[in-house]
Each structure stands twice: as structure tokens, then as C-alpha cells.
Design a protein around this ligand. Sequence first.
Ligand code: FES
Ligand SMILES: [Fe+2]
Length: 349
Amino acid sequence: MSAANDMKALIERRVNRGLRGHWYPVCRSAELGEGLPHGVRLLGERLVLWRDAAGRLSCVEDFCPHRGAPLSQGEVFEGNIACRYHGVVVDRDGVIVRVPAMPECALEGRRAVAAYPVTETAGAVFVYMPSAERPEPPALTLPAVMSDPEWTGFLCSAVWNTNYRYALDNLADPMHGCYLHAQSFTLAYGSKQDLMRIERTEHGFRVERVSQKDANFDWTEFEFHPGSMFCFLEIPYPPAAGPGGPFRIIGFVTPIDERSTRVFFWRMRRVQGLARESWRFLYRARLEKNHWEVLEQDRVMLEGMPDDARRREMLYQHDIGVSRIRQILTRAARAEIEAEQAAGGVAAE
Ligand code: FES
Ligand SMILES: [Fe+2]
């Protein structure tokens, strides 16, 4: 095989696994109670998260340095994590601080497992997965509406048994809305035929229907920042959906491993005062159920696609958003691999 083909195969595997050098949401804040460690997987790696008595979060590999037991089965002890198997205690930097079963054990003081930057915002916990290109975490950039007091919303998150690329492709494809979700609340509005166009934006691109605007799921915008990527779209709402402006969905897609993905959708609306309370009530009482149904339609469709569907697919004009996302991931994977090569070797797959 030629070097160019080797590189192509390497890039393909890397894109499939998911890009490092990014902050990813890994769970809801509420999943992390005080004192109880929580295991997650990100880009195929097992991680454990915990919260100490002061509320501070920590994240290290979910691997006990003694014999490899999952630290996530252990407990939080004086702000560190203690393995349940033989009690070895690891701190938030991945250093073994105590081996209780053995007096003056030489393992104490050894940095034995990797530690990851972790932060919490808008009801979710984000972990930074370093890369050779970006070993240190850049500041986490989020959509402005997530911290804008004029907006309010709900975080909805689910695990889908599919590669994250399918979840991104799905978001870059507004045209599926009026077919896949045709039976759903509001998503049947508008025409079923159109062309798509792409526009560059300051931080990414917008893919939109050419002849339909503000009728349905008519566009998606993707933003790419050093260390974070997300998308958003808006769905115009009829008066029956209560007070407030359009319904905005902010999406983050987290690769768990090559076969599973966790999606995080913040469903936001710009609405204040009493109207905000009535919308929040209406959302919980009625709208949330509709939205879960829509998400389930996406999940079932994507989980039913073969892992290698792209080898046989036949794209048409509407897939320009899908192609753009793929180009961007490919470029980012190439940069990641080249940075590893420059640093002396490509990280193991
Ligand atoms: S495997 Fe964790 S203490 Fe032994
Ligand atoms: Fe959808």
C-alpha cells in the first residue's frame, strides 16, 4: 500500500473513532452525586468522574493502578477516589496517595493514571480529551444563548448505538425533517421538495433549504472552535406551543466508542417572566414527550444503518451539509495525526 493510502486509512480510522483535542459533554451534572463515582466512556476510553464535598469535579482513567479494577466501583474518600478491590487511593492528578493494605508501600506518590480536565456548565459535565496538537485545554466555547438569562431551556440526552458520524450527518441534513418526522408536532409543515445551499459563517457553516424559511426544520448551523464543536437549529413554533420565540435546539455529539454515541440537546426558548414559567410547565407537561418521539425516530433510523453505509451510499444535492461535515472532520483528523507524527509517533489506535 502506498504512503498516501496508509494516511487515508489512518485518517478514516481516526475520524471514525472521534477527534481528540476537544471538550465533550459526557453526562448530566445530576448524574454525579456527591460521594458516588460515575464511570463514562469517551472516544473508547474509560473514565471515572467524581465530585468532592466542596462540589469540585475530578476525572481520571477508570483503571485502578494496582490491578486494573474499575475505580468507578469505588468510593470518594477525602476528595480522592478509593478502589473497592483493595482500597488503593488515587487523587485527582492520577497519583497514588495511599495503599492501605501495605505499610510504606513504594507505589505511594507515583503518578499512575491519566487525569483529564473537567468542567461543568449548563447542567452538563464536559471533559477535555487532549491531543498532540492541543495537549492543553483551550477555554470551552459554548453557544452564547446557553448562558444568556433571556433564554431558558432543558437538556435532553440519550445514548444511541451508532457511530457519532451518523448523528452529525443527521444534524447536517435538514431535509429529513419533513419525511422522517412527518407525523410529528409541527414538523409536517412546509414543502417536501427543495434544494439545499451552504453558507460560510464566522465560525463554521449554515446549511439551509433554498426556498423555505421559518416553516419547519429548515437550516442547521455548525460552529467549530478550538476545542469545541456544536450545532444549532431552530423550529418555528405555533401559538399552541406556548409563549416565546422560536424553539432552538443546540446539539453536541459525543463519541463514546466507534459503535455508540451520546447526544446532548439543549432545547431553548427566549422567554422571560411569567411566560417563561408557563412555557416551562407546558414543555414538561406536553412538549417534552413529543420531542422524545422525534428523537426516537432519529435514533431508530441511525441505529439501523450499517457501520459502513458510506461505502455504498449515493449522495445527492441535499447532502452538501453531510459532505461539508465530513471534509471538516477529515481535515481535523489529518492535523491531529500530523501533530503526532511531528511529536515522534502516531498514537495507538
Ligand atoms: S485493583 Fe484496585 S486496589 Fe487492587
Ligand atoms: Fe431528525
